[in-house]
Design a binder for this molecule. Sequence first.
Ligand code: PLP
Length: 796
Amino acid sequence: MFSSKEGFKEAFLKKLEMTCGKSFGESTKRDHYSTLGQMVREYVSTSWINTNERYRMGKGKQVYYLSIEFLLGRLLQHNLMNLEMEELVRDGLEDLGIDLYELEETESDAGLGNGGLGRLAACFMDSLASLDLPGHGCGIRYKHGLFEQKIVDGYQVELPEQWLRHGHVWEVRRAELAIDVPFWGEVKTKEENGKLLFHHVNAETITAVPYDMPIVGYKTDTVNTLRLWNAEPAPFPADQDILKYKRETESVSEFLYPDDTHDEGKILRLKQQYFLVSASIRSIIRSHRKRYGSLHSFPEHVGIHINDTHPVLAIPELMRILVDEEGMQWDAAWKITVQTVSYTNHTTLTEALEKWPVRIFQPLLPRIYMIVEEINERFCRSLWERYPGDWKHIERMAIIAHDEVKMAHLALVGSFSVNGVASLHTEILKKQEMNDFYQIYPEKFNNKTNGITHRRWLLKANPMLAQLISDGIGDHWIREPERLSELVKYREDVAFLQQLSIVKHRNKERLAARMEEQTGIAIDPSSIFDIQVKRLHAYKRQLLNILHVMYLSNRLKEDSSFHIHPRTFIFGAKASPGYYYAKKIIKLIHTVAEKVNHDPFLADRLKIVFLENYRVSLAEEVFPAADISEQISTASKEASGTGNMKFMMNGAITVGTLDGANVEMKERAGAENLFIFGLTADQVQNYYQNGGYHSMDYYHHDNRIRQVVNQLTNGFFPDMDDEFEPIVDSLLMENDQYFVLRDFDAYVTIQKQAGKIYENQEKWRKMCLMNIAGSGYFSSDRTINQYAEEIWHLNK
Ligand SMILES: *Cc1c(COP(=O)(O)O)cnc(C)c1O
């Protein structure tokens, strides 16, 4: 069907007629999209079935990656690319007068995630399949992904996202594989043959129905599965009020929690977590039983990886099945459980560590709570032997303490591997945050620096650059991204560097057109594109960036001899709906933009653009067009970052702190090819531990700081009254917890240096090249190979 262009065209027209019931003349772009999508999915089916068959027969180990988020983005072009069908399909459609690019634009992003954590899960899916590894995803099929952001009068407004409005061609509903998940009710105990048996009775059940998505590897027949669970009412509910029951049930997979740091503290969130875990584990066990009968060899054949603590109930759920359903002894069951589960930590922010009040946990999940209690008791007993009499120590490490269940402690105790997501982050876990546990289980701790799929973020997002690279070093880098290092040989090659710069310029023109369309502001593509795109959070310090912009605008207006290369500051960020402070920053960016963009005196030198509704598909246009990548988090706060890697791979130069993976990027690209500034993680820790920072001093002693901070509230922005007072308070009254004023001077200096070097294009281009050349390490293929070898012990 896809072997020739003519064959494809014929099949496409036939399929269009069959699925849409319309003639070609009457059909719309959406009809074309869904026709093509269905053709591709059906085409994939054979390989999908074969892959599953191979896994079934092969008896090798399978890994299941449990994640509360999968931030997939669009799939059509990505799948066409991985199947090597893009060219044929593009040409065929062109003959029919259809533009493939326009079809792609009609696809909604599958935005089932907030940011980095969810995107990592999506990149991992691509790498697993592309490396022919037997790894699958398990998640939730949220009806509404992350909210759609609209900006109204400079304020963020959230609209429910509707990715399923027109159906989703990539999923297959598997109703026959549904699983009932029980909540509430009581546990009845009964003695039988001298053994205590537990029964969960009077539970309210929710049916989990899987929707499977094929994950197509790059140029391979491997098609893995992403299984997303949909919450539906059980067929015969015991409850009297059917409508209420239906509503409550469906709410479990209705919304993704739009918060990527704080624990929401909602019953619904805990329900989502157990729903995901219980359905996933039981479906994994069902297929294991079919193949092997008993669960004794479980860890040899199954790995369960939990992406942060959201799916940590996998541990007590597995225990419940082994003890209650299989009748195993506790110790044997525990051994199997710990040998099966591995855990990734994503943050050291204390406010982000999940804790659940017992009063919520216990009634919602009565049997699971009993098991967690038992795990806790046994763990505390072992602590008692190790630290006799040291109650403080035991209390600090307990899984249940002060009427709260600490999910990270459960993960640390109940898994065989705990990894951080960048070297610096893992060291902080070992030395500080999780030091108590590191003392007991040093062998569990390891680092797996994050990565991104270079197929989506370079090959697909930046085809011109990909082509230039292949022209230069051949296309081996696509299979072996670390071979991007071969680009180093062009570092003195003026012609090649010139080509690199032309590609960048074209990508900037494209983004400029999109920005003009959105904002009405004409953007000069030869200005420096200085970009910060990521979730809005105090620790990521978008505030430092915009205060610097205010400073530049002040200087330009006051000092006619002050020179800067024209710069366009580009922001993209969603703020969690309940995150008051973050929303203030969005308003501030818009307020500064309004003033600067309409100031004729600044017109040719400064522009500020806020890109609405930052998401994967928009990100794919942003990274290729960046000159400067802003990675300016307070050192020690960003566990890894992955946006930083996407910029690097697309030849942008990082202005950043020594935080997260920036540290390793510096090692790979060479220190001279990044702009590093600011406090180090050690210095930040030192301030937190010993004090000594007084933001007020920086305010009083630095005129530049005093001026910009005063401008937030002194009428400089007309009609803003006390709009930005909370920002000033955070900086001065609350002693600037994220060291914005402390790092201000260093930031101004490094930015000035960056602007100066940009004017030496020869040097700049070489820096870009060295970044691309050093970026291969940050392919998620490298990351996944490390997980596969060092944690999961997987075979291809
Ligand atoms: C990569 C990515 C992120 C993560 O960005 P960071 O800068 O690492 O926080 C968030 N959102 C989207 C859409 C992404 O593609």
